[in-house]
Ligand binder design. Sequence first.
Ligand code: NAG
Ligand code: NAG
Ligand code: NAG
Ligand code: NAG
Length: 282
Amino acid sequence: MNPQLINLVWLLSLTVVFVASEASFLLHKADILIYNDLNVGTDLTLHCKSKNNDLGVHILGYRNHFEFKFRPQFWGNTLFFCRMQWNGTSHRFDIYEQNRDIRHCNRCLWNVSLKGPCMLNYKTSNFGFGGNRKLLFSSVLVAANMNPQLINMVWLLSLTVLFVASEASFLLHKADILIYNDLNFGTKLTVHCKSKNNDLGVHILGYRNHFEFKFRPQFWGNTLFFCRMQWNGTSHRFDIYEQNRDIRHCNRCLWNVSLKGPCMLNYKTSKYDICYPWNAGS
Ligand SMILES: *[C@@H]1O[C@H](CO)[C@@H](O)[C@H](O)[C@H]1NC(C)=O
Ligand SMILES: *[C@@H]1O[C@H](CO)[C@@H](O)[C@H](O)[C@H]1NC(C)=O
Ligand SMILES: *[C@@H]1O[C@H](CO)[C@@H](O)[C@H](O)[C@H]1NC(C)=O
Ligand SMILES: *[C@@H]1O[C@H](CO)[C@@H](O)[C@H](O)[C@H]1NC(C)=O
């Protein structure tokens, strides 16, 4: 597996997950229901607004309700406020204040009684927080009541886990280089490979023998391994691994050293047909 491809796939997956999470948030709507529980024969006159919306005047008979939906802002504090009137009494109330309500409800059910406005508490299934009267609202509502900030947090956590996992899989990844002596019968190949920080020592390979080494390519950077290759008084230098050149071809890079020069196995054709000249001046 080509590690740059793996990284690309991870980046794409992250993007897809992120876009999906944003889309699910953008599709999310909050739902506000206001229930008239004043008393028999008392109409509740309701007029709700936000900074940009006027929801109009609604007159609710006893035990009737008014409902509206909107999309909370992603970054921000959506506010809806209502004028509530009955029998000459008039009150103003912030029916939805994002920072206050988002942890309580996605579907916010309000009961307006003479005690004032009380919201359904999905944890207790009571209106208000001191109430003791069980409501008929089904637990389906509780399940439907997903807190969007929680959803976002879960997504962020998933993204982090995915990212750490992808990094870990990259860090665990090793490249593998194999050098095969295919000069000719009876000709020994002397190989001496190094990188900036590593000296892999001198290895003398009989005909059709090989030398193999492994290392971790750098995440950001261009790992380079170069070798001195000698036989019968001939001496060449060759960059056996140059990350930018090779990473798209192989993770396990198999080299055949013949009199024609060094050729690498092409996994697409199954032939040693990726050939390079020896380094200049060697
Ligand atoms: C409002 O007025 C009506 C008619 O007078 C009365 O029946 C009702 O109880 C009053 N409601 C409240 C909440 O005071
Ligand atoms: C609304 O609140 C009042 C006062 O707390 C309560 O008596 C009534 O039962 C509540 N309505 C519903 C539908 O629970
Ligand atoms: C290297 O020298 C050996 C012994 O003289 C000879 O058999 C072999 O063919 C030579 N190899 C090459 C690649 O010239
Ligand atoms: C190595 O390359 C030589 C020259 O192209 C070729 O004759 C030989 O078959 C190759 N070795 C392998 C193992 O494919």
